[in-house]
Design a protein around this ligand. Structure first.
Ligand SMILES: [Zn+2]
Length: 163
């Protein structure tokens, strides 16, 4: 009979990538809220980034499969309150996003300056770090992102909208 520690489960979950942003794990994204291990059963509490986001089902599946590889049975519990906020995304997740060419979300709780300005005013280009960017569309490649263009390097990029 396989048993695993909580730390091991977190580590394995850290290898499960978000289907929409394949460089950020579900742990770094901050959607895995809690893990409890009982023998071969692992309960994973997941808070989806957007309710009704089609990725949620994919994520539940991926988590189940990842734990199955270690002989564990996953029980996914979806928790919608408190709602997910982009503030839960880890620093590592934000850096991975930027390296992938997506501007990471501003901190809602800390970056009040960003928050008070017009939407998009302070989104830095993930490619050249220029602050001279403009919003092209509220919806980028997915509903969770907005499309921007950089006025310095002229490249379009996605901005992961904070919420
Ligand atoms: Zn740029």
């Amino acid at each position: 009979m396989t048993t695993a520690t909580k730390a091991e489960v977190w580590q394995w979950l850290d290898a499960v990538m978000d289907p929409e942003v394949p460089v950020v794990s579900v742990v770094d994204l901050g959607i895995v809220r809690e893990v409890s291990v009982q023998g071969v059963e692992v309960e994973v509490v997941v808070t989806p980034t957007y309710s009704g986001c089609p990725a949620t089902e994919v994520i539940a599946n991926d988590i189940t499969q990842a734990l199955q590889q270690h002989g564990l049975q996953a029980k996914i519990r979806t928790q919608i309150a408190p709602p997910w906020t982009s503030d839960w995304m880890s620093q590592r997740g934000r850096e991975a996003l930027r390296a992938y060419g997506i501007a990471p979300p501003a901190h809602l709780s800390h970056d009040t300056v960003v928050h008070l300005q017009k939407p998009g005013a302070a989104v830095a280009c993930p490619l050249c770090n220029s602050a001279h960017t403009r919003l092209i569309s509220q919806f980028g490649s997915t509903a969770c992102k907005a499309l921007y263009r950089c006025n310095s390097c002229l490249e379009p990029f996605d901005y992961f909208k904070p919420h």
